[in-house]
Write a protein that binds this ligand. Structure first.
Ligand code: HAM
Length: 426
């Protein structure tokens, strides 16, 4: 026997058992973003590499080390999308959707990063994201955070922490960056290798280093909040007021810098302490310069993305509800005539909105009832030649050890409705 082919490391199959939780998350996400007027946008899995290097930044981990980049047959350098913001901006510019307009978009789909796989960190992972354009004030920043608070509440997830910060304008950040480099230069000897490398290219990222010794140095580093421009400070204060008014708890974390270059002003992250090292469930922020930077006319933007795998992991811990996709009815049939009628009956039930699984492949009554049990259907409907001739079916509640009932085919949808409705209400 030849060796079987395995999936790529860090790229997971989603099996039916877990898919039910994913569907629940996706449904709640759709309902929530629609409740705030966001409209779906879809964009390709691959883009020109340049799009990501120009937007996320050449010196970021994502672009430097994690992208799936390849040359296609025409010799163009393409990359699998590591995130969605760059593509949404690209699509928005390309289709003339951004300049002088207000837009609210959302998306869902797989992203690709060649990171070291571990629990909650994968090479193909799924994001649900939102991007809003044309609104410079902090009201939309608050709206996004309120949307997220509602989403987590409806999902039944509590215990998440919201951290916020302002990165100010690029000009203010330049001054701060200089101060920071000077400070770290004085402590060069104590910095870890990664941080030393970042010192030239991306010193702000040293602020969220995980290395213990570096963290001790970071603790006394100058703070960006002390170097903010007045307008950004005002923007941030107004955001915190909106959040206070909405009763949303948050912590201001002056060292929250994010790993992508396009941010300006507001940045935020929702974290959990239940998933070990991969604590960020959702992250985002404002990117007022990105549209212009990618060749469009200056348009402010803000958005976030959350990792579905991490949400699902949290839901599994919390044992919250999952999408119910179990069949309502399993149809068992004995004999050719019953099989023919059963197929018709199944279509009729589906027309009436019942999830119906038909026994395919024949078999005796015992075997079919076993399959009915395994399907997790609530009811079995049994059909033999005699039932067909009499225009009836035998109905059995598979969760209650009761008698079978004989019901006229004409009355079957009403009778099922009567039995299933109370189950849904409980
Ligand atoms: P990000 O922080 O790179 O931001 O990713 C957002 C979220 O995606 C993370 O908080 C995490 O839940 C999930 N995530 C990231 N990498 C992985 C991975 N390797 N495995 C599993 N989950 C992962 C962005 O992507 C920005 N585009 C967010 C944004 C949108 N900012 C503005 N608009």
């Amino acid at each position: 026997m030849s060796k079987s082919v395995q999936a790529i490391r860090g790229m997971n199959d989603l099996l039916p058992e877990e898919a039910a939780i994913w569907q629940f998350v996706e449904q709640v996400a759709r309902d929530t973003v629609h409740a705030y007027g966001y409209r779906e946008i879809r964009f390709p899995i691959a883009e020109k590499t340049e799009l990501f290097s120009r937007s996320i930044g050449d010196a970021t981990d994502i672009v430097e080390k994690e992208m799936y980049t390849f040359e296609d047959r025409s010799g163009d350098s393409l990359s699998l999308r590591p995130e969605g913001t760059a593509s949404v901006v690209r699509a928005g510019i390309e289709h003339g959707l951004l300049y002088n307009q207000v837009q609210r978009f959302w998306y869902i789909g797989p992203m690709f990063r060649h990171e070291r796989p571990q629990k909650g960190r994968y090479r193909q992972f799924y994001q649900i994201g939102v991007e809003a354009f044309g609104m410079p004030g902090p009201d939309v920043d608050a709206e996004l955070i309120m949307l997220l608070a509602r989403f987590f509440r409806v999902l039944g997830l509590d215990g998440l922490t919201l951290e916020i910060n302002s990165l100010g304008t690029p000009e203010a950040r330049k001054v701060y960056r200089q101060k920071l480099v000077e400070y770290f230069e004085c402590h060069r000897d104590a910095l870890d290798e990664d941080s030393l490398r970042r010192l030239d290219k991306n010193p702000l990222r040293i602020l969220d280093s995980k290395d213990a010794q570096t963290r001790a140095i970071v603790a006394d580093a100058p703070l960006l909040s002390d170097h903010l421009d007045d307008e950004s400070r005002e923007h941030f204060t107004r955001l915190t007021r909106y959040l206070d008014d909405a009763g949303i708890g948050y912590a201001v974390n002056p060292r929250l810098v994010r790993g992508l270059d396009y941010y300006s002003r507001t940045v935020f992250e929702w974290t959990t302490d239940k998933l070990g090292a991969q604590s960020a469930v959702c992250a985002g922020g404002r990117y007022d310069g990105l549209v212009e930077h990618l060749g469009g006319k200056a348009t402010p933007g803000i958005g976030f993305a959350m990792g579905i795998e991490r949400l699902v992991e949290l839901l599994k811990l919390a044992d919250t509800p999952r999408a119910d996709i179990k069949p309502h009815v399993y149809i068992a049939m004995l004999g050719e005539l019953a099989e023919k009628e059963g197929m018709k009956l199944a279509e009729l039930l589906r027309d009436a909105g019942f999830r119906t699984q038909l026994n395919c492949g024949g078999g005796g009554l015992k075997g079919q009832m076993k399959k009915a049990d395994r399907s997790e259907a609530r009811f079995a409907m049994i059909l033999g030649e005699e039932e067909v001739n009499r225009g009836v079916v035998a109905l059995k509640d598979l969760r209650i050890n009761g008698e079978q009932e004989v019901i006229a085919v004409d009355a079957i949808t009403d009778e099922l409705e009567k039995r299933i409705k109370p189950l849904l209400e409980n």
